[in-house]
Design a protein around this ligand. Structure first.
Ligand code: GLN
Length: 204
């Protein structure tokens, strides 16, 4: 399966390696033409204002929205989650705005610039995922079409709206590949959430 990593700024290479380790063919997306034929796109952590500005400059905002309307899945981590949110508290920075949720940037304050925690993700079986938070946002509220997948300290840290996935932490910085595998499963499903083999069943 072919998926992309948005390659404008941030921890791109870590996501490329994580997705390859999880079995995907990975393309680095710098321009709209690189979205061709992708089942999914990861928007990495970094600086959301910088990534958003470059996305706008290269006309990637309409291009990604179009690809999503044609079925591409997106996984935004940290800055990427901010770019997926329709509402960013106190900011009018450029964004995709595809998920019905409100985020607050840099929400853990200076004392907790970065920390690690164990997070149980409801749709990922097995033990909790080790989550690395770096100047992380919090997801303050989600709309009714958004499913909360994980919380930490009373805050939402992972949520999904169909095949749009947002996480406020960095799964690419640990050796556990379950979050990337989970995203690849979402990429393989059709819009109704059926697996790649489901169509054949319906024909029987
Ligand atoms: N603080 C960054 C922002 O607001 C996000 C940090 C990260 O992606 N690790 O864009």
């Amino acid at each position: 399966m072919k998926v992309g990593v948005l390659d404008l700024q941030g921890d791109v290479i870590e996501h490329v390696r994580a997705l390859e380790a999880a079995g995907a063919e990975v393309v680095r997306v710098k321009r709209p033409r690189h979205l061709e034929g992708l089942r999914g796109l990861v928007i990495p952590g970094g600086e959301s204002t910088t990534i958003g500005k470059l996305m706008a400059e290269y006309e990637l905002i309409p291009a990604v929205r179009q690809a999503v309307s044609e079925g591409m899945a997106v996984f935004g981590t940290c800055a990427g989650a901010i770019l997926l949110a329709a509402d960013i508290a106190g900011s009018d920075q450029p964004r995709l705005g595809l998920m019905d949720m409100r985020v607050q940037r840099n929400a853990y304050g200076r004392q907790r610039e970065s920390f690690e925690a164990e997070v149980q993700v409801s749709e990922i079986p097995g033990p909790p995922v080790k989550a690395v938070f770096i100047r992380a946002p919090i997801i303050e509220r989600v709309g009714s079409s958004v499913k909360v997948l994980a919380e930490y300290g009373g805050q939402i840290v992972m949520a999904r709206q169909g095949r749009l996935l947002a996480g406020t932490f960095h799964p690419e910085l640990t050796a556990d590949r379950r979050v990337h595998q989970y995203f690849l499963q979402l990429c393989a499903e059709d819009a109704e959430g059926r697996g790649p083999g489901a169509g054949a069943d319906r024909l029987r």
